[in-house]
Design a protein around this ligand. Structure first.
Ligand code: HEC
Ligand code: HEC
Ligand code: HEC
Ligand code: HEC
Length: 144
């Protein structure tokens, strides 16, 4: 095979490669994400978010176009709007006085994962209860 032909073939593959890149990129955002009433019922929002009329994709960013395939959003998901763990600790700073600020744990500071307590589509829990079952109701409100 001559050098020129090799180059030409390489060029074709390059163009195909770039085209598939562009194709791949434009595919997902253009395909509409269909949210049926059934889906909204299956994945209800917490009242504090529901009253702000959130769309699924406010939280499920870049998770594809099949809502059934959406997955957890992690700390980064929550903090994309709620700023930082330090900011969250600050919002409940009045609770530091009794050392019961859930966002500034007496044991771990502002490092806990949001989903150790908060859930979105199912009832929230509270990891502190694992060890302080009897005190929790005196220390803080149910996790919103
Ligand atoms: C798209 C932006 C956005 C995302 C993502 C988001 N929130 Fe919110 N959230 C808000 C806004 C805005 C409010 C109402 C104002 C406020 O309290 O900060 C709110 C309110 C709340 C409240 C109620 C506050 C109160 O005063 O009772 C809780 C609890 C909460 N969010 C937790 C979370 C958790 C946990 C996550 C991650 C699973 C999350 N949020 C993700 C925007 C967001
Ligand atoms: C150890 C459990 C726990 C963890 C971890 C936790 N929270 Fe909370 N969160 C709570 C509880 C409990 C409350 C209600 C406190 C109260 O008012 O008594 C609360 C309240 C809130 C509020 C309302 C604050 C306000 O001003 O009333 C927001 C917003 C919130 N959490 C977001 C988050 C986010 C975002 C994360 C992760 C960075 C997080 N939380 C981690 C238990 C937790
Ligand atoms: C305020 C942020 C937020 C919004 C808005 C939101 N989700 Fe979620 N979603 C979450 C979080 C957090 C989880 C992790 C599980 C949980 O906390 O309930 C999750 C999990 C999921 C999962 C995976 C469930 C599992 O058991 O693995 C699906 C599917 C899903 N959401 C679909 C939706 C659909 C459909 C909508 C719109 C009707 C929606 N979500 C709106 C935050 C959100
Ligand atoms: C893995 C078990 C465990 C978890 C989870 C845990 N603690 Fe503790 N905590 C302890 C132990 C052990 C002590 C020291 C013994 C004692 O005083 O009860 C303690 C002590 C405390 C104290 C001081 C003593 C008291 O009882 O008044 C506070 C306040 C406290 N924890 C708050 C929290 C909060 C808030 C959370 C959730 C953010 C939490 N703990 C999660 C085990 C735990």
């Amino acid at each position: 095979m001559s050098g020129g032909k090799t180059l030409a073939i390489a060029g074709v593959f390059l163009v195909l490669g770039v085209m598939s890149l562009i194709g791949g990129e434009s595919d997902s955002p253009l395909k509409p994400i269909v949210i049926t009433p059934e889906l909204k019922e299956e994945f209800p929002l917490k009242s504090h978010h529901a009253k702000l009329s959130f769309e699924c994709t406010f939280c499920h960013v870049g998770q594809g176009d099949d809502p059934k395939e959406f997955t957890y959003i992690g700390d980064e998901g929550c903090l994309s709007c709620h700023q930082s763990k330090e900011h969250m600790a600050e919002r409940l700073a009045f609770m530091d006085k009794l050392h019961v600020n859930p966002h500034n744990s007496i044991h771990d500071g502002p490092t806990l994962y949001c989903d150790e307590c908060h859930n979105e589509h199912k009832p929230s829990t509270n990891m502190c209860t694992e060890c302080h079952e009897h005190d929790i109701d005196l220390w803080m409100r149910p996790t919103p």
